[in-house]
Design a binder for this molecule. Structure first.
Ligand code: GLN
Length: 310
């Protein structure tokens, strides 16, 4: 199915209408007050294609907290500053099968997180960035602004502060890794960076454009130097496919069949390699912490378009 033709035929609006009855069945993240106050009744989708087309429907322009979607971007920045083996000796490449903020395997596996897309793994990545970048938060803003082409993308400081005020579990993860020698910098400095990354506020339209480079072998059309190599883009997509949806990665592969990364703000970014990046948003989550309606939108859309990497 040609994407542009499908969109002309109102496929996006139809998909949102089909999924809308699911609103009310999930639960908005409530571990911090700043997220608990978001209206659950939102549903948006945006698509950016390698041909330079943009499609969107619903609440596609409203910004939300991207949360764990930022874990992909921090890995990409780390890939720009570290040799391959330096990264993968400190963090694994396998799915965890556990909730994103679990401490269980970390103790058994001596402080080496299963993958960079659970909290432990992302904290190690943020620790690496703190070691080599003079201003990691500024660097992240520069890269998302450059990739999206939108210059006022910023951190939601209320969300970042709220995360820091409720950081017991993430701090425990960082300290446990420090006890094993897999965390080198000051814990609260790195937590602050991590929480700011989580607190990036972006819309579906901005996210789809930002992540398009992963559908294009690491290249962003409007930026002359590649963001990552074609091999690195393939590696990031593989990690998204195996670990991007936490303990529901298998279920998601079954239903949707695309590399994807979710966040507890209700956003999900999915990649159709060589074709498009898709961003969806709906704040109510399922029990794994993935957007309940967001997954359903991706399932309906991939079925309509006949897309899957499998
Ligand atoms: N800020 C959240 C946390 O650290 C991010 C988790 C997520 O989006 N899955 O727990």
């Amino acid at each position: 199915v040609n994407v542009a033709t499908a969109m002309d035929n109102g496929v996006l609006d139809a998909v949102l209408a089909q999924v809308r009855p699911l609103l009310g069945q999930g639960k908005v993240a409530d571990y911090i007050p700043a997220l608990a106050s978001v209206s659950g009744n939102k549903l948006g989708i945006a698509i950016s294609t390698v041909q330079g087309e943009h499609f969107y429907a619903g609440d596609a322009h409203e910004r939300f907290s991207i949360q764990s979607i930022s874990k992909v971007l921090s890995l990409v920045v780390a890939m720009n500053h570290y040799a391959e083996e330096e990264i993968w000796q400190r963090v694994g490449k396998d799915p965890s099968g556990q909730p994103f903020n679990s401490l269980l395997q970390l103790e058994i596996e001596q402080g080496k997180p299963r993958n960079p897309f659970i909290n432990a793994g992302a904290l190690v990545v943020c620790d690496m960035l703190q070691s080599r970048l003079s201003a990691p938060r500024q660097r992240m803003l520069e890269i998302v602004r450059k990739l999206s082409g939108v210059h006022d993308i910023a951190y939601d400081s209320a969300v970042a502060r709220s995360e820091f005020d409720h950081s017991a579990r993430n701090a425990a993860i960082a300290w446990l890794m420090k006890s094993f020698g897999n965390f080198h910098n000051d814990v609260s400095t790195v937590l602050q960076n991590y929480f700011h990354y989580c607190a990036l506020k972006m819309s579906c339209v901005e996210l789809a454009q930002t992540f398009l480079f992963l559908a294009q072998g690491g290249h962003a059309a409007h930026i002359s130097s590649p963001i990552v190599t074609p091999m690195q883009a393939r590696q990031v997509n593989a990690l998204m496919a195996t670990s991007g949806m936490y303990q529901n990665a298998g279920e998601f592969a079954w239903r949707v069949g695309l590399p994807a990364k979710s966040g507890v703000g209700g956003g999900i970014v999915a990649i159709v390699p060589h074709e498009m990046a898709i961003a969806v948003w709906s704040p109510e989550l399922d029990e794994a912490g993935n957007s309940l309606a967001g997954v359903a939108v991706l399932e309906a859309l991939t079925q309509q378009l006949g897309r899957s990497v499998y």
